[in-house]
Design a protein. Structure first.
Length: 143
C-alpha cells in the first residue's frame, strides 16, 4: 500500500462515506481535501493484493471543468446528458450556482471486478456529499 494512502474506512476528504465492495478488494484510498470551493475533487480506491492498482476512481468537476468534460454524443466513455451509465462508468449532475451543471463521475479501471450495481451506489454516496459541500441542488442520478 502506498505510504500516503490510508485504508478506506479512515477517509476524511472526498472519499469519506463512499462504500467499498464487500469482497475485500479495496485496501487503500487516495483523496483530495473537501473544502467546498474546489473546482475539481477526486477519490481513488485501490488494492494491494496483486499490483497495487487503482480499482475505482471518482471525480467531481465544477464550473468550466464540468463544461469541458461534457460531450455532445453518447459514444463510449462520454458524459452526455444529466446522468447515465455505461459498462465501466456512471455519472450524475447538479445545479451549483449560475454556471454549468456540476458533473460527478465514477469509473472502474480494468483491474476492478465490482459487484453489480456498485458504481451507482458508490456514485450516489460521493455525489450527495460533494453536492452538499458545494450547495448544489437539482441532483440528477442515473436510474
Amino acid at each position: 500500500m502506498p505510504a500516503d494512502s490510508p485504508t478506506p474506512g479512515n477517509a476524511t476528504g472526498t472519499c469519506a462515506g463512499i462504500p467499498v465492495p464487500g469482497d475485500g478488494s479495496v485496501g487503500w484510498h487516495r483523496e483530495t481535501t473537501a473544502p467546498g470551493n474546489a473546482l475539481l475533487e477526486t477519490c481513488a480506491l485501490g488494492e494491494t493484493k496483486a499490483r497495487d492498482e487503482e480499482l475505482h476512481w471518482f471525480g467531481a468537476a465544477f464550473g468550466p471543468y464540468a463544461q469541458r468534460l461534457r460531450t455532445a454524443d453518447d459514444g463510449p466513455g462520454s458524459y452526455h446528458g444529466d446522468a447515465g451509465t455505461d459498462r465501466h462508468s456512471a455519472w450524475a449532475s447538479a445545479a451549483c450556482g449560475a454556471g454549468p451543471r456540476a458533473l460527478f463521475t465514477a469509473n472502474d479501471t480494468e483491474y476492478a471486478a465490482p459487484p453489480r450495481g456498485y458504481l451507482r451506489t458508490a456514485l450516489r454516496a460521493f455525489v450527495e456529499r460533494a453536492a452538499r459541500r458545494h450547495g448544489c441542488t437539482d441532483l440528477k442520478l442515473p436510474s
